[in-house]
Design a protein around this ligand. Sequence first.
Ligand SMILES: Cc1cc2nc3c(=O)[nH]c(=O)nc-3n(C[C@H](O)[C@H](O)[C@H](O)COP(=O)(O)OP(=O)(O)OC[C@H]3O[C@@H](n4cnc5c(N)ncnc54)[C@H](O)[C@@H]3O)c2cc1C
Length: 413
Amino acid sequence: MTTNLSSRRAVLAGLGGLGVAGLGGCVTARPASPPLAAPPLVAPPRPRFVTPPLAPIAMRPDRITKITVCLRPFREAGPRLDVERVGDKRVVHNYGHGGSGWSLAWGSSSIAAGKALEGGTREVAVIGCGALGLTSALLLQRAGAKVTIYAADRTPYTRSARATGTWSPDSRIADADKVDAAFPALWDQMARTSYAAYQTYLGLPGDPVQWTDRYSLFDAADTTPPPLDPALVAPDREGQPDIRFFEAALPGLAPRSHALSPQEHPFAAARARMGVGMQFNVAELAHLLTSDFLREGGRIETMTFHTPADLARLKEPVVVNCTGYGARALWNDRTVTPVRGQIAWLAPQPEVHYGVYYRHVTVLPRPDGIVVQYLGQSDMWGYGLDEEVPSRPEAEAAIATIAPLFAAASPAA
Ligand SMILES: Cc1cc2nc3c(=O)[nH]c(=O)nc-3n(C[C@H](O)[C@H](O)[C@H](O)COP(=O)(O)OP(=O)(O)OC[C@H]3O[C@@H](n4cnc5c(N)ncnc54)[C@H](O)[C@@H]3O)c2cc1C
């Protein structure tokens, strides 16, 4: 960079010298008009682009504001999207999205809404008010249906409200060995439809969806960081069948990351990559979807269903079942497996605009707090665990893992 700038200056200076010599010759011969002000010999340097410094994240346990736990509704075969008849109701299922419920919501719900409207129905009940229920209800309503959501909980008390909030369309969405041949294309369609829908939520007040820089940091080229001390975290199912969770590429969709040189980042890590990630600010997003639905004429009723037969209570002939993990009990669907995940929330830092991943811990800056989450050594972390009790030691261990990255930012360093 310096060399280029220097040589550019040298070229400019050389041309300037020629100009002076030529002008000097003219002046000596015969001034045709009053002498003009001499042009600058060297073009003024342009201001350089400067990368703003990154605000440090205050990674301390005394900043924990709350710890939340939630269960991913995982199904080996992928989300359930079939149609069945229960009494006089036609039920369209839309549950079982693992760790991808927000990411795939619009795509999955557009499939479910299409099935619900087959036959010309115009009155539809949606059960559930999480990511899948809200998007189903909005899509149905915008297609002209009269929609009521019936749910035991609504925002901010659903499991969806406790999600990390990142674009993760292949997180625990299915077992790659158990899906049918049509699933990869279906998944691709769901992901692309959702991705496009979320682009329309960018730049809105409160940033319900935004892009944030992400730094992935590694100790050394080929070392796998150790897991957190097992004594400090909720029990894991190590040794359980190692499900190969569905993974596939979405070519040409989201931006890719790139390697950084040590001069390009402030973190004390051997290697770093940087990319941008789509972030769902779930509190704002769920609130916006709920208020859009109500403003556009939808209704929400608090109601709990104990068996499918309870659907007989509803006046609507078509029901979209978006009960997430609740479907395991309501529909007695034992193919829904819980995958526990926990978030430690640190007090918000509005000046932080980037996320970090290091040693299996991910950190995201959300308006409602800094999300710190231990992800485990693999997607099997939390598999089969159905308890939602927060673990303070797990939260503190995750914070302690990330804290050294910011040690250099402390005044004492
Ligand atoms: C720690 C963690 C982090 C996550 N992070 C992300 C992420 O970053 N990105 C992402 O895409 N996904 C993420 N997920 C996954 C995501 O949270 C889920 O896939 C999503 O919440 C599922 O949404 P849902 O609408 O199906 O279910 P829910 O949000 O659980 O909603 C179910 C609704 O149905 C209602 N209900 C259930 N049973 C009944 C009943 N019997 N009677 C009446 N009502 C009932 C509930 O009250 C609720 O309103 C994460 C999950 C966890 C655990």
